[in-house]
Design a protein around this ligand. Sequence first.
Ligand code: AKG
Length: 213
Amino acid sequence: MVNNPNQFGMFDNETHVVKMPDADVRYTPEYYSGEKANTLFQRLHDETSWRQEVIKVYGKSHPTPRLSCWMGDASLDYRYSSMTMTPVPWTELLLKIKAELEVRSGETFNSVLLNFYRDGQDSNGWHSDDEVELGSEPVIASISLGAARDFHMRHKQTKQKVALTLDNGSLLMMRGATQRCWQHHVPKRANAEGRINLTFRTIKQSRSGEPRL
Ligand SMILES: O=C(O)CCC(=O)C(=O)O
C-alpha cells in the first residue's frame, strides 16, 4: 500500500490507496478510534437480530459460516445463492453510522449487510459483490469492528492476489471496476476473537447472483 492523498478529500484520517489494477480500493485504518469501535462492536453485537442463513450451493444446503443481518430501506429485497433476503428496518444506531459515512465518503447507501464472525472459525468464501441489483460499478463501504481479520483479493482473470488486514475501526472503500474484476474472501484465522463487518451498498434493481459459502 502507498500513502496517497484521498482524491475525495473527505476522510479525517489517513487513507491509503491500495495499488492494484482494474480496481479502486482505499483503506482508512482509523476511521473510528479504538474506543469508539469497541463501543460500536458491543452495541451491534447485543442489539442485532443475528441469523445463520442456509444457502444452496449446487443443490446442497449449507449453513453460512457466520451470522448475518440484512438491513435497509423497505422493499429492497436482495438475492444471492438462491436466497432472497428481505431487509429488517434500519435501527437508530445504523442510521447514525450510515449518515456519518455518507458525509465522510461523499456516497449514499440504501442498505447494509452485517456479518458477525463469532471467532476465527467463521469465514466468508470467495465472491464478488457483483449481484445485478448493485449495478455495474457498485460502491461498497466496509467497516470493520472487533478482531482484525485477513481480507484476500484475487483478480478474476490474472489470478493476482492482494492480501490486506482489516483492523478494528477501519473503513475499506471499493469502487469502480473492483467487483467486476476481483473476488474477495475472509479466511479462517486461528484464535481470532469476534468481529463484526458492515458492508454498506446501494440496491438499484432486482435479480439473482452467484452461490457462495
Ligand atoms: O467481512 C468482510 O470483511 C467482508 C464481507 C463481505 O465480503 C460481504 O459481506 O460480502
